[in-house]
Design a protein around this ligand. Structure first.
Ligand code: SF4
Length: 116
């Protein structure tokens, strides 16, 4: 019997957008012992490659979780690029694409970037 027993393989990626970078300093944060002062944003090249490969490997409903630190410190333009690339790489085999973030700084901005 195969690894997925003939069932479609589903993977929900959790993408670290800005490393541990965050400006909120919550007392309970599991990153508080790390360097939360240095932004390290996921590069455009790696973002493009990741989304192209993801859409070539998986179909159906796709959920992406954008994580940090505080992922929205990558700025709205980053997430607009995410949506543009998802629209570029999705096919008829991708029925629903959702983007969630688990940051706290800018949920309204994420909603502006939108789902595909
Ligand atoms: S918002 Fe999240 S990443 Fe930022 S300090 Fe709070 S728990 Fe940590």
């Amino acid at each position: 019997m195969g690894v997925n027993s003939g069932m479609p393989l589903k993977v929900t990626p959790i993408i670290k957008v800005v490393g541990d970078f965050c400006n909120l300093r919550c007392g309970y944060c599991f990153y508080s012992c790390n360097n939360q002062n240095t932004p390290r944003k996921l590069s455009d090249v790696l973002l493009d490659r990741f989304l192209e490969e993801y859409f070539s490997l998986f179909d159906g409903n796709c959920l992406f979780i954008w994580h940090g630190g505080e992922p929205l410190l990558a700025e709205l333009s980053f997430f607009q690029r995410v949506v543009d690339l998802q629209r570029q790489y999705k096919t008829k085999a991708h029925s629903c694409i959702k983007n969630w973030d688990i940051g706290k700084n800018g949920l309204p901005e994420m909603r502006v970037a939108g789902d595909v």
